[in-house]
Write a protein that binds this ligand. Structure first.
Ligand SMILES: [Fe+2]
Length: 248
């Protein structure tokens, strides 16, 4: 029932997203707070395809207190989805990495060089939403010593940074790149997140946009955004400053 979008063209073509490589999503089945099973994974991929996404990088959480994933569990989930897609005759380029929470577990993974890198040695990292990692600048530096380029996921969502925007400039100057959430641009995460995302864009701090897609509530929000009047102006503002395609 979910597979119609792969086969049938809608009568009225919906607007497409302003990028075709999505570098942040939770569409691997059953290993974090994203898709619970392969059927839902395919339905989420189907929605992404309808937006014009051509390459999907799945980035399940690795966070020691809530998502005890590893390179192995992520690989297994990816293989499960790949097998299911093959069985269903569905082709869509999907690869995987992870969204690494900056916690004690991450430091061990970093020390063991057990990190699933994105193309060109990029790595997607995230903070706790409760408090900032006190040593984030050291972590950025240690990653750079390993020739790894950190991308901080959804900087606009951390309330402690929203209240102290100077930190954004400090992290940017330290060489950390930023990925804002498409969902923040839709207003889904709140007005403050949307304002902060636009502020970051206007400061020239943004390198990437990601869907951070977890579930159908997110799909609905993005569909509404694509149909909205403000979509065109935001897309025009952002499309030429991001480099998502470098990671395809
Ligand atoms: Fe995420």
């Amino acid at each position: 029932m979910f597979f119609g979008l792969f086969k049938n063209k809608a009568k009225a073509e919906p607007k497409k997203l302003f990028y075709t490589t999505d570098i942040h999503s939770h569409i691997l089945p059953g290993i974090d707070d994203g898709s619970p099973n392969t059927e839902i994974s395919l339905a989420l991929l189907s929605a992404m395809k309808s937006w014009g996404i051509e390459n999907v990088i799945a980035t399940p959480h690795i966070a020691e207190e809530c998502f005890e994933n590893s390179t192995y569990t992520i690989k297994c989930a990816y293989e499960k989805l790949s097998t299911y897609m093959l069985d269903m005759g569905i082709e869509m380029p999907v690869s995987y990495s992870s969204e690494y929470r900056l916690d004690g577990g991450f430091k061990r993974l970093m020390a063991n060089n057990d990190l699933i890198l994105l193309k060109n040695n990029y790595l997607l990292i995230e903070n706790s939403f409760v408090q900032p990692p006190i040593d984030i600048k050291n972590i950025i530096y240690e990653l750079q010593l390993k020739d790894i380029k950190p991308i901080l996921a959804h900087p606009e969502r951390y309330s402690y940074y929203q209240r102290n925007k100077d930190v954004y400039g400090e992290l940017f100057d330290a060489g950390c790149e930023f990925q804002i959430n498409l969902l923040s641009l839709t207003g889904y995460h709140g007005e403050r997140e949307k304002e902060t995302a636009m502020w970051l864009i206007n400061k020239g701090y943004i390198s990437f946009v990601g869907s951070d897609l977890h579930h159908f509530g997110h799909v609905d929000a993005i569909n509404r955004f694509l149909a909205s009047k403000e979509y065109d102006s935001i897309a025009e503002r952002v499309k030429d400053i991001i480099k998502n395609d470098e990671l395809k």
